[in-house]
Design a protein around this ligand. Structure first.
Ligand code: FES
Ligand code: FE
Length: 438
């Protein structure tokens, strides 16, 4: 970085009378010269004075620009609408070939959400999750590190863990009892010492790339980019919320007869809210959305809570705040879609997370978790059901219209329809999706 030497400025300040700098700040340069001459300054001091003023002005302008670009700029939904945007073609919702391409190009290549670190709180805790047709084990090892492995024995390929979650001190294959440590190393293989050249070190479990973002566990089946690089646009954006510390009070699984993209499109707009969600619309005005992420893999912003303190059945807060919530943050719900399988909804008193798992072109499994402040759980003012019941009702209303959409889109009469300006975010989500599959 190039800056003028400090002694240069210091020297200038030394020859310019204080009174001149203060009184004539707003005058034009030539006029300032005249005034300065009258004050008896030399020509070189006048040149230095002008240069210093220009430099100060440039610094002020740069600082203003930086403030504008670093502070989140929220824009009303309709302001970012790309005129002419239409819904996706039918093939993207019903074609098995496209579904296979999505699994290959998206779910096998991108960072995909599989859980939260609170699900593996202690060493030995594990859960199993299928990603792009592959069964994976995620666990916390003895050193406290969260790891993931293919759920495949290195002997004859047997599935190692059938259960969905639990606790292990080692991973033992149910077939011939080969045993792996929590770090994936093969530590026991009965009678294999009789095999010439056999070395246990050659048969560790196959590891999967895993990384944590704000306490959420992501895996990547490819040797792609670092997660920190991909998630850089989100860096520090949610630090007001203690996401890594939160704990889920409840998970509900939904088996939805609709394409996974319809779930994203539905989540990304509230054009449907007055008709589909009468209770939600009473608490949060459907046209109050303002977005700070309007293009790319991360999309969303906030909506206002206009009535009550939270989105719950009673309208009351149901738990301790989930973070350092200040001022108008108490009246905002932040909704973000994180490509390709996470929906992150941050309320003042709880965080709801949807994990999407496409099962076929017309079927999606959805895990919905409700996270709360860890200290909220033991308090008498903790009423998680107030939030869970509210969103379970709202979720089901959404899934129902998504299923109706799926049915209609499968018709020979379906043609892509025009998005409204209130659907700028689903249109942006479609554009991002097409960038990955085309
Ligand atoms: Fe796992 Fe034989 S297949 S021990
Ligand atoms: Fe909805």
């Amino acid at each position: 970085m190039h800056t003028a030497p400090d002694q240069f400025n210091g020297g200038t300040r030394a020859v310019v009378p204080q009174i001149l700098r203060r009184r004539h700040r707003g005058t034009a340069p030539i006029y300032r010269f005249k005034i300065a001459r009258q004050s008896g300054l030399s020509d070189s001091a006048l040149v230095l004075l002008t240069l210093q003023k220009r430099r100060s002005k440039l610094i002020r302008e740069k600082e203003t620009r930086m403030q504008t670009t670093t502070a989140p700029a929220f824009r009303k939904t309709a302001e970012t609408f790309a005129a002419g945007a239409k819904t996706l073609e039918q093939k993207y919702f019903i074609s098995s070939e496209i579904f296979a391409q999505e699994q290959e190009k998206i779910f096998s290549k991108k960072w995909v959400l599989v859980g939260h670190q609170s699900q593996v709180a202690k060493p030995g805790d594990y859960f199993v999750q299928e990603v792009a047709g592959e069964s994976l084990i995620a666990l916390r090892d003895k050193d406290g590190r969260v790891r993931s492995f293919y759920n495949v024995c290195r002997h004859r390929g047997t599935r190692l863990r059938e259960g969905r979650n639990g606790h292990l001190s080692a991973i033992q294959c149910p077939y011939h009892a080969w045993t792996y440590g929590l770090d994936g190393r093969l530590i026991g293989a009965p009678h294999m010492d009789d095999v010439e050249g056999f070395d246990k070190a050659d048969y560790s479990l196959h590891a999967v790339n895993l990384a944590l973002w704000e306490g959420f566990i992501f895996v990547n089946l490819a040797d792609g980019c670092l997660l920190e690089k991909v998630f850089a646009p989100l860096s520090g954006r949610f630090s007001h919320c203690y996401l890594p510390k939160l704990r889920s009070a409840k998970r509900i699984e939904y088996d939805v007869r609709a394409n996974w993209k319809l779930i994203f499109e539905n989540y990304s707009e509230c054009y449907h809210c007055p008709g589909v969600h009468p209770a939600l619309s009473k608490l949060t005005p459907y046209d109050s959305a303002e977005n700070d992420l309007c293009e790319g893999p991360f999309l969303g912003g906030f909506m206002r809570i206009a009535k009550g303190n939270s989105l719950t059945m009673t309208g009351n807060s149901c738990a301790l705040p989930v973070g350092d919530i200040k001022g108008e943050g108490h009246n905002r719900v932040f909704y973000y879609s994180i490509f390709p399988n996470m929906l992150l909804s941050m309320h003042p008193d709880y965080v709801m997370v949807h994990q999407l798992w496409p099962k076929s072109p017309e079927r999606t499994l959805i895990f919905c978790d409700w996270f709360f402040h860890p200290e909220a759980f033991d308090r008498t003012d903790f009423h998680p059901d107030d939030a869970i019941e509210f969103w379970d009702m709202t979720n089901r209303q959404d899934w129902h219209v998504c299923e109706l959409s799926q049915q209609g889109i499968a018709s020979r009469a379906y043609r892509p329809g025009p998005y409204s300006p209130r659907e700028s975010i689903p249109a942006a989500w479609d554009r991002e999706y097409l960038r990955h599959v085309e």
